[in-house]
Design a binder for this molecule. Sequence first.
Ligand code: URA
Length: 234
Amino acid sequence: MKERLDKFLSSQTALSRKEAQKAIKEKRVLLNGSVIRAVDTKVDTESDTVSLDGQPLTYQQYVYYMMDKPEGVVSATRDRAERTVLDLLPPELRRDGLFPAGRLDKDTTGLLVITDDGDYAHRMLSPKKHVQKRYIAILDREPDKSIISAFEAGIVLGDGTVCKSGQAEMLDGCRVAVTISEGKYHQVKRMFAALGYHVEALRRVQIGGLALDTGLRPGEVRVLTAEEAQKVFD
Ligand code: URA
């Protein structure tokens, strides 16, 4: 694929398009070992080598990150008032076009995939794909076993919306593991509300075959290989 040098730089590094143009003019960018001054020079993403400040850049069309989303940040690319999950990315992982693939509520924690691959996110979130998401919920009281069959039957939310069949698994005390294949607004909280429970804390631990890396600290991010990222479809 051929791409303008300034666009290539802003897609592969934390530089904005303007900053990329400035870096090119400041001769901090080499194309196949030579200084290039024209910001619109075409780069062959497969065969050319580009370096910034002496560091060669390995072209990656798309990136996939796993975050353990902490409480108190919103799953958005930009927000006027709140801190977003993208604000938590370390500078070396920033680049144009990143967004969270699916949302978690501000107070929900756990597995969030951040990518710039729109097609991937679309497939992951498409109701037709039935990608299963697993959550651990802490309820306001010990649940009755009847929640298992209620989840299986398909819960009817307060506004009459009928949810697809899901699974609830009793853990210890007030903790329940829930697996659902949809992503309606506040879905898990509303499912429990329909059964008379309040969700005190919610954590997503798995999407399809991709489990949250328990080595991550809250707010920490790690790069997923393309193979790992595809596990959401397993
Ligand atoms: N269900 C919810 O209620 N909240 C989330 O953040 C995710 C699923």
